[in-house]
Design a protein around this ligand. Structure first.
Ligand SMILES: Cc1cc2nc3c(=O)[nH]c(=O)nc-3n(C[C@H](O)[C@H](O)[C@H](O)COP(=O)(O)O)c2cc1C
Length: 160
């Protein structure tokens, strides 16, 4: 039987949404990145060879909010989904806003085998701020590859 990791990897290969799969080590040196698709390489501005084997903290910088990371950490520890908006940094030091949905992948017996994150770039909406975080951001291209369509059906992202 295919694991969730294998199924997602097969779908993610040419998806336009960034997909990152890690092991289950929450504390440094984990979570170790085991798989990252091409779109995530473009998103994080790094070669995939430089991402595999590292942990996602390499994307963080001065303006990455600690309180959001604490929320993420607590969700990972509890085996729950984390959805949020983070400021990430590319290898060249430029920053970008990213919407991230991170969740545990469980085996049939409930054991967590991996974590997966779906990530896409968002920009701040011009104009009056709204109450919800989702309303403050908009995404660029809406695309129709199978994984992006599936994520939309599942309402993984907040809009678009
Ligand atoms: C699959 C996956 C993808 C992640 N992607 C990012 C990311 O793009 N940017 C980021 O700042 N943190 C990301 N994280 C969160 C960090 O790895 C880490 O969990 C977070 O910094 C909180 O833990 P800490 O308090 O030990 O730093 C990701 C975590 C997982 C499991």
């Amino acid at each position: 039987m295919m694991t969730a990791f294998e199924i997602i990897r097969a779908l993610a290969h040419d998806a336009t949404v960034g997909v990152i799969i890690t092991d289950t080590t929450i504390l440094p040196p984990g979570p170790v990145i085991l798989y990252a698709n091409e779109a995530s390489g473009r998103l994080v501005g790094r070669n995939l060879q430089d991402v595999i084997g590292r942990n996602p903290r390499i994307m963080q910088g001065k303006e990455t909010r600690r309180s959001t990371l604490d929320t993420c950490h607590r969700a990972l520890i509890a085996g729950e989904r984390f959805h949020g908006y983070l400021t990430n940094y590319r290898e060249d030091g430029s920053k970008y806003r990213v919407e991230i949905d991170c969740r545990p992948l469980r085996a049939a017996d409930g054991r967590i085998e991996n974590f997966v994150a779906f990530e896409r770039a968002v920009t701040r909406r011009i104009g009056r701020p709204t109450v919800s975080a989702a309303g403050r951001y908009e995404t660029g291209l809406v695309s129709d590859d199978p994984l992006t369509s599936a994520l939309r059906e599942l309402a993984i992202f907040k809009h678009g």
